[in-house]
Design a protein around this ligand. Structure first.
Ligand SMILES: Nc1ncnc2c1ncn2[C@@H]1O[C@H](COP(=O)(O)OP(=O)(O)OP(=O)(O)O)[C@@H](O)[C@H]1O
Ligand SMILES: [Mg+2]
Length: 358
């Protein structure tokens, strides 16, 4: 195991800049996720770490070791691909044994380590099967065992769960986390599924067109997104343009803003933002609804456009007076009143709502 440092890495393909001066530090033993939409450069960055791509500029370190020009087979990585990339003409045992044979490990030790690896992914009884005789989830476990059996310094996984059905996908999250925690191995995990990223990661780097948009723990990214791109990508967020009345310059200081003809209170979510182009970010579950004639503070008027009952919560679309449509989620546990399309309501905005630059 090792920490991974990426320092000012650039990569372009025939003039198309895919990674632009990208820097990241991945601590030893972390489960670190690269998250972003299709085409933002996640696979390209992972392949640079693996050594399948040469970088055009910058450095890559495992601990203090400069790996920038070290070939893939000497980087000591385990890799799991989206399509598993198993050898179709080898048995499960031989697939998992492959890396150990390539390293000329003694036969008895191979038998013992492959046996252990297969047991850890629950495939002991399938050792003599061929990949074509297995389900997607089983193949994925073989790929995991094959990557981990060599005890690599770092484990790289590119969308390893995206070919599985929804139920298997959530089960395999636990299998993966158990295995990498047991092995205490630094893991770089690529996904475009924000829920998977939140559920699994110690830290997440959100990428936007070859750059890092924000790095943080799942809680930091969900609770304090630095811009609309991150707020929108992680969970669902209401992104509401507001007019700033006054703003305390201190970070997290009070901000007074106008929305729907009212003067409301929020907090500064960013050290600096353009006061002429500010937005309020509020998660649907942070908002509440009350009756139209309520005297509640920090509230705006609106009318219910749609109501969707989902059992554990009810989701409302509400058009704000002189403002956009927003989403409000009321949990079933609360003492909330039920509202219906056409109802006039007041939307309560928390005073901790964050105002950031658009
Ligand atoms: N070998 C290559 N040659 C030319 N262009 C490439 C190559 N590999 C990737 N690209 C381009 O680089 C950009 C980033 O691709 P990449 O595969 O890294 O995206 P990604 O974030 O992994 O997307 P996805 O979620 O769809 O897998 C894309 O515009 C892609 O077309
Ligand atoms: Mg990809």
């Amino acid at each position: 195991m090792a920490s991974i440092s990426i320092e000012g890495v650039k990569k372009e393909f025939s003039g198309n800049k895919v990674l632009e001066d990208l820097s990241l530090h991945i601590p030893d033993g972390a489960f670190y996720t690269l998250l972003g939409p299709s085409g933002c450069g996640k696979t390209t960055l992972l392949r640079c770490i693996a050594g399948f791509h040469e970088t055009d500029a910058g450095r890559l370190l495992f601990d203090q070791d400069d790996m920038t020009r070290v070939p893939t087979h000497r980087r000591d990585i385990g890799m799991v691909f989206q399509d598993y990339a198993l050898f179709p003409d080898k048995t499960v045992f031989d697939n998992v044994a492959y890396g150990l044979r390539a390293r000329a490990v003694a036969k008895a030790e191979i038998g013992q380590r492959v046996g252990q690896a297969l047991a850890s992914v629950g495939l002991t009884t399938l050792a003599e099967r061929y990949p074509a005789q297995m389900s997607g989830g089983q193949r994925q476990r073989v790929a995991l065992a094959r990557a981990l059996v060599i005890r690599p310094r770092v484990l790289l996984m590119d969308e390893p769960l995206s070919n599985l059905d929804a139920k298997m996908r959530t089960q395999m999250r636990d299998v993966i986390l158990d295995l990498v925690q047991e092995a205490h191995i630094t893991t770089v995990f690529v996904t475009h599924d924000q829920e998977e990223a939140l559920a699994m990661s110690d830290k997440i780097a959100i990428m936007d067109r070859g750059r890092i948009a924000q790095i943080g723990t799942p809680e930091e990214l969900y609770g304090a997104p630095v811009n609309a791109y991150v707020a929108d990508f992680i969970g669902s967020a209401n992104i509401i343009p507001v007019t700033i009345e006054s703003a305390d310059p201190a970070l997290s200081g009070d901000v007074r803003y106008r929305l729907g003809g009212r003067l409301l209170k929020g907090v500064r979510g960013q050290a600096r933002f353009d006061e002429n182009n500010a937005i309020l970010v509020a998660r649907p579950e942070e908002l509440a609804l009350t009756v139209a004639d309520s005297a509640a503070a920090n509230a705006v008027s609106g009318s219910v456009v749609r109501r969707q009952y989902l059992g554990f919560k009810t989701t409302y679309r509400v058009r704000l007076q002189d403002g956009p449509e927003i989403r409000v989620d009321l949990s079933a546990g609360g003492r909330s009143i039920d509202f219906h399309p056409g109802d006039s309501v007041r939307v309560l905005l928390p005073e901790q709502s964050r105002i950031i630059g658009a």
